[in-house]
Design a protein around this ligand. Sequence first.
Ligand SMILES: [Zn+2]
Length: 287
Amino acid sequence: MKPAVPEHAAPPDARTRRAIPPVICYPPETLPPVDLPALRAAREGWDRIGEVMVPPRDARCFEVPAGHFFRVTSVEGAQVGDLNLWNAGDLNERFYSGKTRALHGTHLSTGDRMWSTFPALRPMATITEDTLDWYGFDAFGCSVHDVIGTRCDPYTHHLLSHGGQYHHCCHSNLTRALALAKGIGTDEAERHVHDVLNVFMCTGFSRDTGQYITKPTPVRPGDYLEFFAEIDLFGALSACPWGDCSVEMTSPEVSCHPLLVEIFRPVALPAGWQPARVNGYDRSHGL
Ligand SMILES: [Zn+2]
């Protein structure tokens, strides 16, 4: 149990120390630029080459070649989704939620990128459209499409429910989907499942205690989040058992809906565009 009040007296200069203004750790203008108009122009006349319907409380995998687009669309009813991305040629390179958060902030929207793990650290996908960008940050400090949560999982459920066994948390949904798609066991698949982009989820940190908070998602059928694949991608999306997050996760009132993933092939790529290259650090680490 945490103490109710601080156990240590503030130093005499506490006010001065607290009053120092913060700085942005990673100024976004220092990142490689995104040519959003050029990417969007590549949508002109594109072909829809595939779709995957993700059933409620389950997950499905999909592939997106480099230079293609994919959309995650709300269908039938408000629903949040948990997205994992891998390098299609090497599952060890996967979405790096923590670094993406450091680079772009707690929530992603148009122009932001999903970055991959070390040592590649390169953009995997660039967000080219977000129909929920109007939401911004609300009075509670919450916004949409976070990279601050992890994914609901059966281990935390087991802890908090004092022994419960539940198999349709996003972690297990993603594990099953990856195992089935790759023909591998759940033990191996689980090692590749990672912290997600919480698509359509509305979250934040409480201002007074810094705790992870969530609200009903503002998504409505027809809303979508669209990505441009910067490398060959293998993806998995779980339609979270929390549905639209409007009631307690364990409530029998939770209603869940499918999510649609669509893949699009552009007629022509932006001039000069190349798949993202792996990071140029020499990896000698000073030794
Ligand atoms: Zn979930």
